[in-house]
Design a protein around this ligand. Structure first.
Ligand SMILES: [Zn+2]
Ligand SMILES: [Zn+2]
Length: 278
């Protein structure tokens, strides 16, 4: 399984010279395995992926975690959506209030976007999921709701020899009174358990988190606690705060790891990274 990261930023694109190393584009991750390709979230990073596209591919599956703007803002700029020869499936969480297609149309229609979702030449299929298990090509996928404002899922993606877990927006410390000591009561645990690689929300420092409890994001320390609880093999901090520069991210990671040892590898997800599992 090959994982390529096209966007790591949370909340808002943050292009600037101080963010060159980890990138300014919002969430987008490409997963390829044999002849299957999945895209996790359609943040601003998906634009570049759309122009660097394997020409012989006939089917693309875009798996959205939720509909906050930073996870869908790139959709209208993803060129394959304008190719009628492609089969494109857009998956996203069910809401009790409104069908997924209506919620996506709120962005993909005037005045926010000039072209309507239903007029896109590829005529994408819109598919709702919740606590679901399904397969795409040779990949087995599990989705489950996680703790974040509005209907939001995380994904566990399994090939025969590797597991990737993707939970970019997640506040596991909320809702589990005894976090991280009761794994079975913790949001996202079943998705992340024993994963080879976990891409997880690490937006805040502890000081930033305290006044933002309930906003749906993790402190770096909580991301480490969650990864340890789930016994993952590798954690990459994801969904970087727009105000955190490369230099500051280095400093935060050093501070979080100071005098601590973990059984898993840690790092900061960077736009442009490619990782092959296992
Ligand atoms: Zn987000
Ligand atoms: Zn969000």
């Amino acid at each position: 399984m090959k994982i390529t990261i096209w966007g790591t930023r949370g909340s808002l694109p943050a292009p600037s010279p101080e963010n060159n190393q980890y990138g300014g584009n919002t969430s987008c991750v490409q997963v390829t395995y044999k002849d299957t390709m999945l895209i996790l979230d359609a943040g601003s990073g998906i634009r570049r992926l759309g122009s660097d596209f394997p020409p012989d591919l006939r089917r693309i599956d875009i798996l959205l975690t939720h509909l906050h703007m930073d996870h869908i803002m790139g959709l209208g700029f993803f060129l394959p959506l304008y190719n009628p020869a492609l089969e494109i499936n857009i998956w996203g969480p069910t809401s009790t209030r409104e069908p997924l297609i209506n919620r996506l149309q709120r962005y993909l229609s005037p005045p926010l976007f000039p072209i309507r979702l239903q007029d896109l030449p590829s005529q994408p299929n819109i598919i709702e999921l919740n606590h679901s298990s399904f397969s795409i090509g040779s990949l087995q996928i599990q989705s489950a709701y996680v703790c974040h404002p509005g209907p939001t899922v995380g994904y566990r993606i399994e090939s025969p020899d590797a597991v990737l877990t993707y939970i970019p927006d997640h506040e596991p410390a909320l809702g589990a009174a005894n976090f991280p000591n009761e794994p079975e009561w913790t949001s996202g645990y079943e998705l992340a358990k024993d994963a080879d690689l976990l891409l997880h929300d690490a937006q805040y420092t502890p000081d930033e988190y305290t006044p933002r409890v309930g906003w749906g994001h993790s402190s770096i320390e909580d991301a480490l606690r969650f990864a340890e609880m789930a016994a993952v093999k590798r954690l990459l901090f994801f969904h970087h705060d727009p105000s955190h520069t490369d230099e500051y991210l280095h400093h935060l990671m050093e501070r979080a790891l100071h005098n601590k040892t973990y059984a898993f590898k840690t790092g900061i997800a960077a736009e442009g990274d490619s990782i092959v599992l296992p």
